[in-house]
Design a protein around this ligand. Structure first.
Ligand SMILES: Nc1ncnc2c1ncn2[C@@H]1O[C@H](COP(=O)(O)OP(=O)(O)OP(=O)(O)O)[C@@H](O)[C@H]1O
Ligand SMILES: [Mg+2]
Length: 403
């Protein structure tokens, strides 16, 4: 058992990658550039080109910080001429209850976990791209008359007024999906300012600065496009099953067409096991991971299976709703990620219920690992957790950041 697997299985200490060793180049990628969907723009003071040059080895280091309710994940990527390289990866568990339903309950504990990651990696770069999800974000496809970019922005905010109680409480952004002669299909993105400010406060407490705050399900989309460029040209339902949240993003031809965050994830499994088998939460977590001796394995499987049916039911309803609005976009596959996606029942139950192929995403598939000093085996257990963090780090290539 390697160090990461041990730490993860204990749900224990922070995991960091060892010092970088060597550089190995990979095959050029067919499609390198992810589409820059709307990012919730927070860059009120964009960095001027060439500002604050960081000494090697920190130059050109793009940090994605995924603050989940069970683990904080830090992914450091570097953009090389023809590929992305993983430089560092780190994961730190959060004390239970520090984040509930996407809401930060104990900002000190979260900031401490984040700070620990930076200290252990010895990173000087403090500018990160982070993400939010859940009820704080509204993503809505809308149709507006085709116009030039300035008028388009104006139309988007007019339309947004119809959907939102007040534009004063949100940051708005949008991404153009397709432009027709008469009408343009746009994905409207609104993020509650209160939540954004809370998120920024955590980052400040941890001594960090936000280059941008993205939306987790968009980051998931960017990661998928990098990992599976061919599949990303078709239609795929991305499903990221975390601890308290499942992010769904239906991506078609490189654009997110529909996103939904479902308040259901690994915690629901742990809770169900604790309740049904009269276990402590810690033991239920171990039972779920098949690491608790002297537990009735059949009883565990039965509870996990039933809980999975609830999740599958929610996803089915979500996809049926999407099919009602976009009958022409039938997903070719369901692509799973997130720490809970490794539960074997999830893949098989999804296959049975949805009648479309289901596979696990390998978020590292097209990323060169040589500079991280780790190989695929070292990262195998960590990989399912990394999809959102990788997508966040990829935003560092956004020309808007002038890095
Ligand atoms: N081997 C395993 N078997 C089953 N579940 C696992 C395993 N390893 C981790 N998990 C579960 O993965 C979840 C954490 O995944 P992830 O890091 O994607 O979530 P998160 O980003 O912290 O949470 P969220 O996004 O929902 O707030 C936890 O619920 C944990 O129990
Ligand atoms: Mg998550």
């Amino acid at each position: 058992m390697n160090v990461i697997r041990e730490e993860l299985s204990r749900g224990g200490r922070t995991v960091v990658s060892p010092k970088a060793k060597k550089f190995r180049s990979v095959q050029p990628l067919a499609a390198l550039r992810a589409v820059w969907y709307a990012s919730i723009v927070l860059i009120d003071k964009p960095l001027p080109a060439g500002a604050d040059p960081l000494p090697e080895p920190y130059a050109n280091l793009s940090l994605g910080l995924d603050i989940g309710s069970s683990y904080v994940k830090l992914v450091a990527l570097s953009r090389r001429p023809d590929h992305w390289a993983l430089r560092h990866v780190a994961l730190s568990p959060l004390p239970e209850g520090s984040i509930v339903d996407g809401e930060v309950m104990d900002s000190g504990a979260v900031a401490d976990s984040i700070e620990a990651l930076f200290t252990q990696l010895g990173l000087e770069e403090r500018r990160v791209i982070s993400g939010i999800s859940g009820r704080a974000v509204i993503v809505k496809p809308i149709r507006i008359p085709t116009a030039d970019p300035d008028e388009l922005a104006q139309s988007v905010s007019w339309v947004a007024e119809q959907y939102l109680p007040s534009l004063d409480d949100v940051n708005l952004d949008y991404h153009v999906i397709s432009t027709g002669e008469d009408s343009t299909e746009v994905l409207l993105v609104a993020a509650k300012r209160e939540r954004l400010e809370g998120h920024l406060m955590i980052l400040r407490l941890a001594g960090l600065e936000a280059l941008a705050i993205d939306v987790d399900s968009f980051a998931l989309g960017n990661c998928f496009e990098l990992a599976e460029p061919e599949a990303a040209r078709g239609t795929a339902a991305l499903v990221n099953v975390g601890a308290s949240m499942t992010n769904v993003n239906v991506l078609a031809a490189g654009s997110p067409r529909f996103t939904r965050d479902i308040s259901f994830g690994g915690y629901n499994y742990t809770e169900a096991l604790a309740r049904e088998l009269s276990l402590s939460v810690a033991d239920a977590e171990r039972a779920k991971r098949d690491e608790l001796p002297d537990v009735d394995a059949d009883a565990v499987d039965a509870v996990v299976g039933e809980t999975t049916l609830e999740l599958v039911d929610e996803i089915s309803r979500t996809l049926t709703h999407f099919a009602g609005t976009h009958p022409e976009l039938v997903p070719d596959a369901v692509v799973l990620s997130g720490g809970s996606s490794v539960l074997p029942q999830i893949k098989s139950s999804f296959e049975d219920a949805l009648a479309i192929p289901v596979r696990l995403l390998d978020p590292l598939a097209r990323i060169d690992l040589g500079e991280s000093g780790m190989d695929r085996e070292d990262l195998a257990t960590l990989a399912p957790h990394l999809a959102v963090g990788i997508g966040l780090a990829m935003r560092g290539e956004d020309p808007e950041f002038n890095r």
